[in-house]
Design a protein around this ligand. Structure first.
Ligand code: HEC
Length: 158
């Protein structure tokens, strides 16, 4: 049994390292240079909605008069840390609509044409760097459970 599993694993790995575009690697909150860049990106692009201290919009659980959701906090009081890295990356790059039901309306922009790959990783690294250790550990468990987008989901690889 074991050799078969290993062979399948090697084949999978080969498939991933071939012509296939890479899925976003782990977003590292301990990479100081990345976090420093992310702090600037956050202040410039995200703080206006998600709050300068990542606190989210006031009363963020209640829908706005438009029927849309306010921007949630990115600190440990929100639910950003419930998502695996690939999904956070996808939400910033593509916005939340690809992962939402059809016709879903949201104020969260897509940053595909505004931020490059490193800036998206950086802003997420900065957000993660603000989390206390136990929240980081819980999000790491989410990453282990769901390291990649499920088949057919508009996710991280392109
Ligand atoms: C114009 C306001 C606005 C700006 C600017 C904005 N966001 Fe958002 N963001 C939102 C809203 C509103 C939501 C909730 C989306 C929904 O569920 O409809 C959201 C949701 C998210 C989520 C999902 C959180 C979760 O727990 O599901 C992430 C991640 C996120 N934003 C990251 C960012 C980052 C990073 C930036 C800056 C690069 C940014 N946002 C800029 C409004 C904004």
């Amino acid at each position: 049994m074991a050799p078969v599993t290993v062979a399948a694993g090697v084949a999978l790995l080969a498939a991933c390292t071939g012509a296939e575009p890479p899925t976003p690697p782990h977003i590292d909150p301990h990479d100081d240079a990345l976090v420093a860049l992310g702090e600037q990106v956050y202040a410039q692009h995200c703080a206006v909605c998600h709050g300068v201290a990542l606190e989210g919009q006031p009363d963020w659980r209640r829908r706005l008069p438009s029927g849309r959701l306010p921007a949630p906090p990115h600190d440990e009081t929100g639910h950003t840390w419930h998502h695996p890295d690939w999904e956070l990356y996808a939400m910033v790059r593509d916005g939340v609509t690809p992962l939402a039901p059809p016709d879903y309306e949201t104020d969260m922009p897509a940053y595909e044409d505004i931020l490059d790959d490193r800036e998206i990783r950086a802003v997420l690294a900065y957000i993660k760097a603000q989390w206390p250790e136990h929240i980081l550990e819980m999000q790491e468990a989410v990453n282990r459970r769901q390291p990649e987008p499920p088949e057919g989901v508009a996710g991280s690889s392109r």
